[in-house]
Design a protein around this ligand. Structure first.
Ligand code: TXA
Ligand code: MG
Length: 309
């Protein structure tokens, strides 16, 4: 694949929006760092982010929306979150709140969690893409897993050249540091990732006491929560044993299949939906067919091992 770089312009945004609606990922600047954006309502589109980044695991992603009104359609934002949003959105702030059941966000975006991370970015390029595509955009930083955060197009090219169709170029990101992430519940605020907006200020504007888990602030990536099924999980299954609900892949059909044609993008897109389905079935246990351990299969298997642990 050839990676096109287009300077930020109405034509570049129209092309980016066309790619997004078609299910492809596009790198686009925000005021913090360049993000690798895809349609958050499509699991297959979101899987292409992971395929391009080569991320060895699925972490929940930030969903970008154009304004507070759109954010309120996706999450139940408590009063305190709305106070914080009014003051700091658009801007380098991400708020984690309960996902609305009718939000239509793909389960791969939240990695199966009942919460969603939302951000209204200020950068005109990301704002323009959100409005032109009409989609909420899932976007992690636009770099390969384990490399530095991309604040210029050459940083994006260094790890994603040839792996994505388009980068919208608006020069250097003005802030250059990823957004502050807070979880706001009815009665507390917790810092999940330090960033450009000071936590103390956020707690003051929220008017909430600081929740206990912020006492031990860990490095980003280490504080991810994980969805885990409540039943025993057996991996590498070739057939269901007594009382098991079998998640198939390829030739192994099962009760439902991650991908009958053995496609890893499709399997990633369906992974959390099928884990939830298996978990809520009357079966006592969950069995899962083997998924090849290459490409996106590495991230899928990482998640399956955690589910089985
Ligand atoms: O500035 C930024 O935030 C950039 C730009 C592109 O918006 N994005 C970014 O995304 O840094 P990423 O994927 O590199 O980091 C997302 C962080 C992860 O640490 C993830 O664990 C956390 O957000 N996160 C997402 N959803 C969450 C949830 N439901 N609960 C807890 N943490 C969540
Ligand atoms: Mg990142």
């Amino acid at each position: 694949m050839k990676t096109e770089v287009l300077p930020f312009s109405p034509e570049a945004i129209a092309e980016a929006a066309r790619l997004i609606v078609g299910g492809a990922p596009v790198a686009v600047p925000t005021e913090t760092v360049y993000g690798l954006a895809a349609d958050a309502t499509s699991g297959e589109a979101v899987a292409t982010i992971y395929a391009a980044k080569g991320r060895p695991s699925f972490n929940p992603l930030i969903v970008h929306v154009p304004d507070v009104a759109t954010a309120r359609k996706l999450a139940d934002l408590p009063e305190a979150a709305l106070r914080v949003a009014d003051r700091f959105w658009p801007g380098p702030l991400t708020i984690v709140a309960p996902l609305r059941p009718d939000a239509g966000i793909a389960s791969l975006v939240t990695a199966g969690l009942p919460t969603v991370a939302l951000r209204v970015p200020a950068h005109p390029a990301m704002q323009a893409l959100l409005r032109a595509s009409g989609r909420p955009l899932a976007a992690p930083s636009a770099n390969a897993s384990g490399t530095i955060s991309p604040t210029r197009v050459d940083h994006v090219l260094r790890s994603l050249n040839g792996k994505i169709p388009l980068i919208v170029d608006a020069g250097q990101c003005p802030i250059g540091l990823e957004s502050t992430i807070v979880a706001i519940e009815a009665a507390t605020i917790r810092l999940l990732r330090p960033g450009p907006i000071a936590f103390q200020t956020l707690a003051e504007v929220a008017g909430l006491p600081i929740g206990s888990s912020s006492a031990a602030i860990e490095a980003p990536g280490q504080l991810e929560q994980h969805y885990a099924p409540s039943k025993p999980v057996r991996l590498g299954a070739e057939a269901a044993r007594d009382g098991e609900w079998l998640i198939g892949f390829g030739e192994i059909e099962g009760d439902a299949s991650l991908s009958p044609r053995g496609d890893l993008i499709e399997a990633a897109a369906r992974l959390f939906d099928l884990l939830h389905q298996a978990d809520s079935s009357p079966a006592r246990a969950i069995a899962i067919a083997r998924v090849p351990d290459d490409g996106l299969g590495v991230a899928i298997n990482d998640r399956l091992r955690r589910a089985a642990a």
